[in-house]
Design a protein around this ligand. Structure first.
Ligand code: ATP
Length: 204
């Protein structure tokens, strides 16, 4: 499973999905936009928009399903519950939880993280330290330091992408017209969707 706010889905999400499919030899990849993410203070764009953008961003990948279940849960939604459901849906399967390094560094703050580890192997791509909106091109291009991580994980090999949904929302905010720089950060279809639906007009 590959979960995220996907607000919006961007080029690094897409590459992470591709890398997971090939490097882990997955039979199926569930893309799971979060419901009310308990660890994010910002209100998310509606599930309807995020699911539609995920269809545009990932829909053509083989073996990939956009899975709305977390957006349909009332109240907070936890990865441990989703993995429990997937374990029931695929009896005997080896489950992987795909994530970027920032999520691995915060993993022990997740609700029921030990249960998550019992259910799935973590598959982690390097990620640069999160970029400031004010300084989207930092000189420090090193990957986040994972040397202190003491939970087991499988490393995925992926080039560093200096992109975050936060920086994309900041670029899109207040833009009265389609911002061409968005085309490098999200797919053309997602960029058009953002523009058509006037998403991210308020900075957050
Ligand atoms: P935001 O800026 O709103 O926090 P985000 O860009 O981190 O969003 P999420 O939807 O929160 O995107 O991320 C979903 C998953 O994708 C997480 O596991 C995250 O670590 C991973 N991910 C996001 N961006 C990158 C990136 N540039 N490189 C590697 N992994 C990434």
């Amino acid at each position: 499973m590959f979960g995220g706010a996907f607000d919006p889905p961007h080029v690094a999400h897409r590459e992470l999905a591709e890398v997971a499919l090939t490097q882990l030899g997955l039979d199926v990849l569930h893309i799971l936009p979060t419901g009310q993410a308990w660890h994010k203070a910002r209100p998310l764009t509606s599930a309807e928009h995020r699911l539609a953008m995920c269809e545009l961003a990932f829909g053509d990948l083989p073996k990939t399903r956009i899975d709305p279940r977390e957006t349909l849960r009332a109240g907070p939604s936890y990865t441990a519950d989703t993995l429990t459901e997937l374990a029931e849906a695929y009896p005997g399967a080896e489950l992987y939880l795909v994530m970027g390094a920032d999520q691995l560094l915060a993993f022990k703050q997740w609700v029921r993280w030990t249960e998550v580890l019992d259910l799935a192997r973590l598959a982690v791509a390097h990620r640069a330290p999160l970029i400031s909106v004010l300084d989207p091109h930092p000189l420090d291009l090193d990957a986040a330091d994972l040397s202190g991580v003491d939970v087991p994980y499988v490393a995925l090999s992926m080039p560093l992408h200096h992109v975050s949904a936060t920086s994309i929302r900041a670029r899109a905010s207040g833009a009265s017209q389609h911002d061409p720089s968005l085309d490098r950060l999200v797919s053309a279809d997602v960029a058009s969707y953002i523009s058509l639906h006037h998403l991210y007009q308020d900075p957050s």
